[in-house]
Structures are given as C-alpha cells and as structure tokens.
Unconditional design. Structure first.
Length: 136
C-alpha cells in the first residue's frame, strides 16, 4: 500500500482522489494541438467547409421560409373560417329579421285592408265574417 492510501477503518479521514499530473510529453502534445487549432482558426475555413456552411445556411433558410409560409397558410385558414362563420351568422340574422318583419308587416297590411274595406263598403254590402283562425 502507498502512504496516501486510505485505511479501511471507521476512524479514517477520507482524502480527495489523487489525480496524476500530466507529463511533459502530454503538455507538449496538447500545446502543439492547440497551436494547430488556433492557426487553423486564424487561416479561416477551407473551401469545402465554406461550401458545407453555405449549403447548411441555404437549407436552414428554406426550412424557415417553409415554416413561415405554413404558418401564414394556417393563419389564413383560421381567419377564413372565422370570417366565414361571421358571414353565415350575419346572413342568418338578416333573414330572420326580414322574415319577422315581413310576417308582422303582412299581417298589419291585411288588417289595415280589412279595416278599410269595412269603413268604405256600401251599406248594402254584407260584412265579412272573420274565420276562427283569423281572430278579431
């Protein structure tokens, strides 16, 4: 056992795990890798990397345009359904008002016509007897 090993007794104090320090060769290798990476970054992307980036950018913009167009289509459909429903309700309401007005007006016109007939008829003419369903 090494002198840094933790003893398996309950009274033993636990130490932090030992991390070996990198060797000089590992440090030199890392430094050269880092130097190459930084030089490559300074030199900029290669022609293949630029082409691949341009292709990814085109695809992303096409996808965004497609998503935006799809959203516009969905919004147009939603508004079309909404306004279509509003138009349907307005037409039904207008027809209901016209129907109610026409029935009320027609009955008023008929009643006025009967009253006029009664007022202007000659005395020899017989008086019209209303039917049961006409009311008085």
């Amino acid at each position: 056992m090494t002198d840094r090993a933790v003893k398996a007794s309950p009274d033993a104090v636990t130490e932090a795990p030992i991390v070996p320090e990198p060797t000089q060769a590992e440090i030199d290798e890392w430094a050269s890798r880092e130097k190459r990476r930084r030089e490559a970054w300074l030199n900029g992307p290669s022609a293949e990397e630029r082409q691949a980036y341009a292709q990814r950018l085109r695809q992303r913009r096409l996808a965004e345009a497609f998503d935006e167009s799809e959203h516009r289509i969905e919004e147009s459909l939603r508004l079309g359904l909404h306004y279509g429903r509003d138009a349907q309700l307005a037409a039904e309401g207008a027809m209901t008002l016209v129907y109610r007005w026409s029935r009320r007006t027609m009955s008023e016109l008929i009643r006025a016509g009967r009253e006029w007939e009664e007022e202007t008829s000659l005395p020899m003419r017989r008086r019209r007897v209303p039917l049961d369903d006409e009311g008085s």
